[in-house]
Design a binder for this molecule. Structure first.
Ligand code: PLP
Length: 393
């Protein structure tokens, strides 16, 4: 059977590929340390689980409105007021089956064949695939490592053509963990307003910010920027709820309405009980979120210092998310590998440490290490990586 052309260029997620290989080695009895995870290693906070159980016991197990429960939209609206001082109406919010699905649905409704979406590199692996699935064309703009992987307004301006429909801003970023400042966002926003392009602001790591930095949403910087931005967010990373699949999009009413129509013919609605859980996440105490953030920050500070001491490893210090994205080109060459991908494979085979090659994120000289695992395992992993480099030089 011939598959549709639409899926012929889909590349499998590199994150999942390395995780699968690590699992296979684990199943064979090897002591593998996986640093590929894209999800917090904490349990979902108890009060959230209790609320989902209560919803099930009370019979809230039926279809909900396609765009999400009104009470969840209200909780999201309150969250935006509280955290970003942005006011949205319920008609400007859609709840989806995770932020990933919010992005997927968004690209389906805004892109026509050949429309361009500007994607800064390094990027989250799903952006280009989702753009292509919607008939769009990803246009990559390199976030220079020397500029902490951030794109400049001049670079953005240069990449804009008559076909440009949108630009994606992911701050803090997966995979680099870097955060755009208010000034940087204003400057990029100015270019977007000048050329009338939509800003897709993926703020899924908003709650995981370190070292006293503050998250700023581009949509909160002016009325015009709010109108030109679709914010994507969700509870996966903030509340350790990756499996519940609740994310959302907020912005222009016409876009949200089209997304809701599409959802009504694809998912019908996000899982009802997960929506009740998400209401508890946003209306409940913030302490569990802060506790997880602090644990990530502690790990980052310890692990970062050790990582940059490994010969041939250079790393921009992240300000958010839970990833480190060192440049290891020199370490790979020192150990006899021309390609970082081969270095990553050899490291997994020899020292049983799974990290993700940067090639899948559009940065072939780098690797991604997730610190969403215990400090003890992280320290052991760094020890093994160091041993691997030293044994081969
Ligand atoms: N956006 C980024 C940058 C991510 O890293 C992820 C998850 O890895 C998502 C969106 C999707 O999150 P969700 O679990 O809500 O679909």
């Amino acid at each position: 059977m011939n598959l549709a052309k639409r899926v012929s260029t889909l590349t499998p997620s590199t994150t999942l590929a390395i995780t699968a290989k690590a699992k296979e080695l684990k199943a064979q009895g090897f002591d593998v340390i996986g640093l590929g995870a894209g999800e917090p290693d904490f349990n979902t906070p108890r009060h959230i689980i209790d609320e989902a159980v209560k919803a099930m016991n009370e019979g809230y197990t039926k279809y909900t409105p396609s765009g999400g429960l009104v009470s969840l939209k209200e909780a999201i609206i309150e969250k935006f007021k509280r955290d970003q001082q942005i006011e949205y109406k319920p008609s400007e919010i859609i709840v989806c089956t995770g932020a990933k699905h919010a992005l997927y649905t968004l690209f389906q409704v805004i892109l026509d064949e050949g429309d361009e979406v500007i994607i800064p590199t390094p990027y989250w692996v799903s952006y280009p695939e989702q753009v292509k699935l919607a008939g769009g064309k990803p246009v990559f703009v390199e976030g220079d490592e020397a500029n902490h992987f951030k794109i400049t307004p001049e670079q953005l301006k240069k990449a804009i053509t008559a076909k440009t429909k949108a630009v994606i801003i992911n701050s803090p970023s997966n995979p680099t963990g870097v955060l755009y400042s208010e000034e940087e966002l204003l400057a990029l926003g100015h270019v977007c307003l000048e050329h009338d392009i939509l800003i897709v602001s993926d703020e899924i790591y908003e709650k995981l910010i370190y070292d006293g930095h503050k998250h700023v949403s581009i949509a909160q910087l002016s009325k015009e920027l709010k109108e030109s931005t679709i914010i994507i967010n969700g509870v996966s990373k903030s509340h350790s709820m990756t499996g519940w699949r609740i994310g959302y999009a907020a912005g222009n009413e016409t876009i949200i309405k089209a997304m809701t129509n599409l959802a009504s013919h694809s998912t019908s609605n996000p899982t009802s009980i997960a929506q009740y859980a998400a209401i508890a996440a946003y209306n409940g105490p913030e302490e569990p979120v802060e506790e997880m953030r602090k644990a990530f920050e502690e790990r980052l500070n310890i692990i970062y210092e050790k990582l940059i001491q490994i010969p041939g490893f250079y790393c921009v210090k992240p300000q958010g998310a839970f990833y480190l994205f060192p440049n290891v080109k020199e370490a790979a060459e020192m150990t006899g590998y021309k390609e970082v991908d081969d270095f990553v494979k050899a490291l997994l085979e020899e020292e049983k440490v799974a990290i993700v090659p940067g090639s899948g994120f559009g940065a072939p000289n780098n690797v991604r290490l997730s610190y969403a695992t215990s400090l003890e395992l992280l320290e052991e992993a760094i020890k093994r990586i160091r041993r691997f480099v030293e044994n081969h030089t």
